[in-house]
Design a protein around this ligand. Structure first.
Ligand SMILES: [Zn+2]
Length: 338
C-alpha cells in the first residue's frame, strides 16, 4: 500500500484511507481538480470535458457549495468519473473508515486536506483493494431466570470493527465497540453469580458483522434462537467508552415508559450528567429487532474523545469516564424492567 504525491509519501491511516468499495490501482496518475473540467448549474446538470484513464479527479469538500460532497460523489460515479480512473476526496475534517459489501469500478481515496501538498500534480499509487467474503459468528449466552425463565431481557453489543487496512494500518475500535463488548461481559459476569440471578432470563449476544451493515443482528432477527415475542426489552450498547456529557438513548421516543424509568433511575441515583432522548434510527444492532416489533434501546455515551472509525480509537486514550456509573444504571434499569 503506497501513495505519494509529487514525490511526498503519505502515511496510510493518518493521511489517507481507502474507501471500502474502492477499486485497487497501480501506476502514475495526473491529478485533475474537478472544478477545472466540470461546471455545475444545478444538481445533475453538468457540462464537462472528458479526462483519461491516467487521470484522477480531486474533489475538495471544503470548496463545495450546496448539495455536499455525498451528492457530488454520487453524480461523479454516475458519470463514470468523466473517464478518469477514479477520484481523490479531500476531507478537511477527519478520515472515517468504512467497510463495504460491494465493489466499485473506480478508485476512491480519502485524503486529509492538510496532508495534501499544495503543488499536487501527480500521484504514484500502489494500492490493492478487493472484496473478500468471510464467515463470522455471533456469540450468545444466557443466564436462566428464576421466576419467569420464558421471558427475556436481551443485552447486545457488536464485537467486530474495521480490522486492518493493508498489513500496517490497524483500527483497534476501543470505543467502537470494545467498550460495549466490555459492558456486555461485565453484566454477564454479574448476572452469572448465583446471588444476582435475575427473574427473567437474560440473553447476552455479541454480534459480528455490524460494521458491514448490521449483518449479525439481521441474521439473528431473521433466524432467532428465542421467541422474539417473549423479549421484554433489548438493550444494545455501542460506543459506551466516554460519558462526560451523559448518554443518548435511541428509541426513547418510541418507548417513553421505559425511557422515563431510565431517566428516573438516573436522577434518583445521581449517576450520569444527562440521559438524552433520540428517536428511532437504523444505526446499530437494535434496529433489526425494532423492525420485528421488539421493544429496544440503543445506548451510546456522549462527550470525551471524538475518535471514530479511525486509527485514533485506541484503548490508551479511551477515558471510560462513566463506565462504572453506566453499569450501575443499566443494572438498576434491568431490575426495574422485571
Ligand atoms: Zn459500532
Amino acid at each position: 500500500m503506497q501513495f505519494s504525491i509529487d514525490g511526498k509519501m503519505l502515511d496510510a491511516g493518518k493521511d489517507y484511507i481507502i474507501s471500502g468499495e474502492s477499486k485497487g490501482l497501480k501506476g502514475k496518475y495526473r491529478l485533475v481538480k474537478i472544478e477545472s473540467i466540470a461546471s455545475k448549474n444545478s444538481l445533475g446538470d453538468w457540462s464537462y470535458h472528458s479526462v483519461s484513464k491516467k487521470d484522477l479527479l480531486v474533489i475538495d469538500d471544503s470548496t463545495l457549495v450546496g448539495g455536499g460532497v455525498k451528492s457530488l460523489l454520487k453524480i461523479i460515479e454516475e458519470k463514470k468519473c468523466f473517464g478518469a480512473a477514479g477520484y481523490i476526496e479531500l476531507n478537511s475534517v477527519k478520515l472515517t473508515m468504512d467497510v463495504s459489501e460491494t465493489a466499485s469500478p473506480f478508485f476512491h481515496l480519502i485524503v486529509l486536506k492538510k496532508s495534501f501538498p499544495v503543488t499536487k500534480s501527480e500521484a504514484v499509487i500502489n494500492i490493492q483493494n478487493k472484496i473478500i467474503h468471510v464467515m463470522t459468528q455471533n456469540i450468545i449466552g444466557y443466564v436462566k431466570g428464576k421466576r419467569m425463565p420464558d421471558s427475556f431481557i436481551v443485552l447486545t453489543a457488536h464485537y467486530d470493527h474495521l480490522g486492518e487496512m493493508g498489513n500496517s494500518v490497524y483500527f483497534p475500535g476501543a470505543n467502537d465497540n470494545a467498550s460495549g463488548t466490555s459492558m456486555l461481559l461485565t453484566l454477564c459476569r454479574y448476572y452469572a453469580q448465583k446471588q444476582n440471578q435475575p427473574d427473567y432470563t437474560i440473553v447476552f449476544i455479541a454480534f459480528s458483522g455490524e460494521e458491514a451493515g448490521l449483518i449479525g443482528s439481521q441474521f439473528f432477527a431473521q433466524y432467532p434462537l428465542i421467541n422474539l415475542n417473549k423479549i421484554k426489552f433489548l438493550i444494545n450498547m455501542d460506543i459506551v467508552g466516554t460519558g462526560e456529557e451523559g448518554i443518548k438513548v435511541v428509541n426513547a421516543t418510541e418507548f417513553p415508559n421505559q425511557f422515563s424509568l431510565l431517566q428516573n433511575l438516573n436522577d434518583e441515583n445521581h449517576l450520569l450528567k444527562s440521559v438524552q432522548s433520540r428517536g428511532k434510527a437504523a444505526n446499530s444492532d437494535h434496529y433489526p429487532f425494532y423492525l420485528k416489533g421488539v421493544p429496544d434501546f440503543f445506548i451510546y455515551t456522549l462527550g470525551g474523545i471524538s475518535a471514530y472509525h479511525d486509527v485514533y480509537d485506541r484503548a490508551e486514550t479511551l477515558p471510560l469516564t462513566k463506565f462504572n456509573d453506566l453499569e450501575i444504571l443499566l443494572k438498576k434499569f434491568i431490575d426495574g424492567l422485571q
